[in-house]
Design a protein around this ligand. Structure first.
Ligand SMILES: [Ca+2]
Ligand SMILES: [Ca+2]
Ligand SMILES: [Ca+2]
Length: 259
């Protein structure tokens, strides 16, 4: 009550006294609570720790970002190298593809040229075949089924060997008969004609003048070859029989050559 009176009287008394008085009033006269101080100190410490923690987190994040950037940079560099290698490989493949295409075109061109050459040769072969077929036989020779035959002159007669010799002198040999048409044609010219068939080398083994064995026996007359008196080793055809018969080779008949 006395302090209040001093203030109001304009006294310049000590402010600390007033403060203390005020504190004393707020505490209703009790001493200040120390727990408040502890809470304040704890709050300050906690704030400080939080700041450290935040700084640590920020520093860690910065490091992580830098590390990540470094990794990205390395990966990017590696990808660039891979891309360049792939480009090189692509370019190489393009070159190889172009070379293969050129090679294929060259081969195709060569194939076409060879095919053209083959066709030309085939045409030439066909033309030669045709000209050979159409080629008339030499003078004195008779054409039959695309073959040429020479028949001995009228009244001429020789042994089998001399007849063959005559054919050979003309670049041919005694006729070899392989078809019924040829047999009919050859046997129609003379009453009897020597043909190029004999068993002179081995009895019973009938061979043509080109060395081939006689195949089948349908062209023999009935009962032939009979090798009569063991001296018939050459074959003839007669106009009447139109079949083969074996007779002695020293008989003299007309003859037929085949080229
Ligand atoms: Ca013939
Ligand atoms: Ca005989
Ligand atoms: Ca006979």
């Amino acid at each position: 009550m006395s302090v209040t009176m001093r203030s109001k009287s304009g006294d310049d008394g000590d402010d600390s006294v007033n403060l203390m008085a005020s504190v004393n009033r707020s505490n209703n006269g009790r001493r200040p609570d120390t727990s408040v101080c502890w809470i304040g100190a704890a709050a300050v410490s906690l704030g400080f720790l939080l700041q450290i923690l935040i700084l640590g987190v920020v520093a860690h994040n910065s490091w992580a970002i830098r590390h990540q950037d470094s990794k990205c940079e390395n990966m990017s560099y590696s990808l660039i190298i891979d891309r360049d290698k792939l480009r090189d490989e692509r370019d190489q493949l393009k070159i190889q593809s172009r070379n293969l295409t050129e090679e294929m075109e060259l081969l195709q061109s060569q194939y076409n040229a060879m095919a053209a050459s083959r066709d030309k040769l085939q045409e030439e072969v066909n033309r030669l075949k045709l000209s050979k077929t159409d080629e008339p036989c030499s003078q004195g020779w008779t054409s039959f089924k695309s073959k040429c035959y020479y028949f001995s002159g009228k009244g001429q007669a020789e042994t089998w060997e001399n007849s063959r010799k005559s054919c050979k002198e003309r670049g041919a040999d005694l006729v070899i008969i392989t078809t019924q048409e040829e047999l009919d044609f050859v046997s129609s010219i003379f009453p009897v004609t020597w043909i190029g068939l004999s068993d002179k080398e081995m009895e019973g083994r009938w061979k043509w003048v080109d060395g081939a064995d006689l195949l089948g026996d349908e062209f023999w007359q009935i009962g032939e070859p009979n090798n009569n008196e063991n001296e018939e080793h050459c074959a003839e055809v007669s106009r009447s029989a139109k079949k083969f018969n074996d007779v002695p080779c020293n008989r003299k008949f007309s003859w037929a050559c085949e080229d």
